[in-house]
Design a protein around this ligand. Structure first.
Ligand SMILES: [Zn+2]
Ligand SMILES: [Zn+2]
Length: 300
């Protein structure tokens, strides 16, 4: 089971009723955060995301609304008593920025590992049993999108094991992938499990203009979190100039990628009521959600 929470949905600056876009991904007792604008530690705490679980932070790019909350978050994580290591991923130049931000939070009880990713190419890394992939986005400065993919083991089927005469004391062994011998015959794990399950995939892309490769990158996502700076198509030119997208472009990518659900985020501060566009966006992509702060879901 993967628990996700969109702790904030704003772009550019936090508002009294809207925190900046940041995305929580929790699996197996560990959590990752994508982006950390001003005040993100408050948004996370408000929405029940336990900072002590944070194991990795993924930064999309170095605009203030995606990284300026990092010092405060690092201090708040320190207050939870975390020890060990926190890994921070981001574009080239991340180490220099973290070093500067850490000038104001020099004494942390845990270590920081910094991993710079080449923002001009696709990358694949492993985090917490998941494959994390990146895509270069188009935003005026280096910017990357992320996807999290969790392969799932087939489910053990007790009826199949019983039918093959496997004693219950060998089930755990089979479940862990080891074969057993029953009456001189080798029984392998695939003989006592159901069919392979599809992986769980979550994609996250902000800030960017729309382009074709985004749909390929998000292909078959169970959840696509995608920016929508403006709800109205009249803002298409304005959003493109600023390196952003309108809701209908995100819905188009959701359709083309075969994603099951779309969460819109990163709203302009000039758009006080994003929900007013929900009906029209659902007409374009049925499972579109005009997200609100604290939007949650469990996948798997
Ligand atoms: Zn932004
Ligand atoms: Zn930006």
């Amino acid at each position: 089971m993967i628990d996700v929470c969109l702790a904030g949905t704003g772009g550019m600056m936090p508002l009294p009723n809207r925190w900046l876009t940041s995305f929580w991904v929790e699996y197996n007792g560990k959590a990752a955060l994508v982006d950390c604008g001003e005040g993100t530690q408050i948004a996370l705490t408000k929405h029940g995301c336990k900072l002590s679980k944070l194991d990795a932070i993924f930064i999309t790019h170095f605009h203030a609304d995606h990284i300026s909350g990092l010092s405060g978050l690092l201090l708040s994580i320190g207050n939870t008593g975390k020890t060990g290591l926190l890994t921070i991923y981001g574009c080239n130049g991340l180490a220099r920025i973290i070093k500067n931000l850490c000038c104001i939070c020099p004494l942390l009880p845990y270590g920081i590992d910094i991993v710079e990713l080449d923002s001009r190419q696709y990358n694949r890394i492993q985090w917490n049993d998941m494959i994390v992939s990146t895509i270069p986005l188009r935003h005026g400065i280096p910017c990357i999108g992320y996807s999290f993919k969790l392969e799932r083991k087939p489910v053990f089927n007790p009826q199949k094991a019983e039918a093959l005469g496997v004693d219950v004391r060998y089930w755990r062994q089979l479940h862990s992938g080891e074969s057993v011998i029953v009456d001189g015959r080798e029984i392998t794990t695939d003989m006592v499990t159901d069919e392979a399950r599809k992986p769980i995939k979550i994609s996250y892309m902000t800030d960017t203009i729309a382009f074709d490769a985004m749909a390929d990158f998000a292909k078959d996502s169970d959840l696509l979190v995608c920016e929508g700076m403006y709800g109205d198509d009249d803002a298409l030119d304005k959003s493109r100039e600023k390196g952003h997208m309108v809701f209908s472009q995100s819905a188009d990518i959701a359709n083309k990628s075969g994603s099951k659900e779309l969460w819109l985020t990163h709203y302009s501060p000039a758009m006080p009521e994003p929900k007013m566009y929900e009906k029209q966006i659902k007409a374009q992509f049925k499972n579109a959600v005009v997200s609100k702060d604290g939007q949650r879901k469990t996948l798997g």
